[in-house]
Design a protein around this ligand. Structure first.
Ligand code: BMA
Length: 375
């Protein structure tokens, strides 16, 4: 009997390990570190929510490019767990991105993040390849123009060559490629980008996604990427999945959400909306075996002194998602707008952000370095 139990247990362990080893990212040639990151993100999603911040190391309110500085660190004495950076204008061969971050500095930040066990995600507000204007130029026919057979397909491939070049320049100390969560064509159910809602059909968007992934993965041999599909706010699973490119083409499923001051959102409405969307997202991710994440969020200038614990945390509390990434704290912009989504020293929500940081469910750099996400 005992023997039978032992062999049964052995068999179960074997089956479990098979399950584990077959749980791979969409890129079947993903590097070891990328596979490890994918599995660890899944594991950690059951433990807590990693906190992320766009351009965290590059600048904050009132400062730029100060080595080691970070608004998150100024307030909590810890760095975020996830760091977002942006590739817009890399495609044009520029040396600085559309938010004036030099790509050389960005590469240094990314390597530093990887060295301390943090997670890197890259967005891409690429210009409109048909008109040469910005990502916010929704000219008709742009998506079809860059698909195979379209007049701008060669140009788009040249742009992807630049993205590939950037990725392969990201190496760890052992020469291994740094894994990156790549998040192209974000907020695709919104109408503001050329790849957005009314500017291409579901079929066209899917073709664009497939073309982009195949080109990077199979033509350029980039195998350090996890692909994140993400919408803006959505009201149903059908809406969320309308342009979903398929399970073989994505690893992470997310959405972006902002609370607007004086908008339709009181705090209660915002909590309810985000909570609902997260519930739908978790269901979809569960069914599709993907990693759910809040790929961007924010409340501009965080005017509510208890927003972190009273609003955001309440929306997140009951959910098992991998990470939540706050958008960039640009400070004063040339337009005159002052843009930030995180507190800094003296900001009204500073103390509350520390409380949020101290919640066991929120994970920052110190929590995740010990989790060795790449091993
Ligand atoms: C927007 C704003 C812009 C920025 C863009 C791309 O939401 O922050 O200032 O250029 O993202 O990062």
């Amino acid at each position: 009997m005992r023997k039978m139990f032992a062999s049964l247990a052995g068999m179960l362990l074997f089956i479990a390990s098979l399950g584990q080893s077959s749980d791979l990212p969409s890129d079947r040639k993903a590097t070891k570190e990328t596979i490890n990151l994918y599995r660890n993100l899944k594991r950690l999603a059951g433990k807590g929510i990693m906190f992320g911040h766009q351009d965290d190391l590059a600048y904050g309110v009132g400062w730029k490019y100060v080595p080691g500085k970070s608004d998150v660190r100024e307030v909590t004495s810890d760095y975020p767990a996830v760091y977002g950076f942006e590739l817009g204008r890399l495609e044009l061969g520029h040396t600085v991105n559309l938010d004036s971050v030099p790509f050389d500095k960005m590469k240094e930040y990314i390597r530093a993040v990887y060295d301390r066990g943090g997670v890197v995600t890259l967005s891409w507000h690429l210009n409109n390849p048909l008109t040469g204007k910005t990502a916010w130029d929704p000219a008709a026919g742009t998506v079809t123009s860059i698909l195979p057979g379209g007049s701008k397909n060669e140009l788009y491939k040249a742009w992807l060559d630049k993205v590939a070049g950037f990725m392969i320049s990201l190496k760890g100390k052992g020469g291994e490629y740094v894994p990156v969560i790549f998040r192209p064509f974000h907020e695709l159910n919104g109408n503001w980008f050329w790849w957005g809602k009314d500017h291409c059909s579901p079929e066209e968007l899917k073709q664009l996604w497939h073309f982009t992934v195949s080109y990077l993965r199979d033509t350029k041999n980039i195998h350090q990427l996890l692909y994140a599909y993400n919408t803006d706010r959505f009201s149903s699973e059908e809406e969320y999945l309308l342009k979903y490119p398929g399970d073989e083409w994505t690893d992470i499923t997310g959405f972006d959400v902002y609370q607007r001051k004086g908008g339709i959102d009181g705090n209660a409405a915002f909590i309810k909306d985000v909570d609902n969307m997260l519930a739908m997202l978790e269901k979809i991710a569960g069914e599709k075996n993907k990693i759910p994440a809040l790929t961007e969020f924010g409340y501009a200038q965080v005017p509510d002194s208890s927003w972190w614990t009273n609003v955001l945390f309440k929306a997140l509390e009951r959910h098992k998602i991998s990470y939540a990434l706050a958008w960039r704290s640009a400070g004063a912009k040339s337009s005159g707008e002052v843009e930030y989504y995180l507190p800094f020293k003296g900001q009204v929500s500073e103390k509350d952000f520390i409380k949020f940081y101290n919640e066991p469910k929120t994970l920052f750099q110190k929590d995740i370095t010990k989790e060795q996400l790449y091993k």
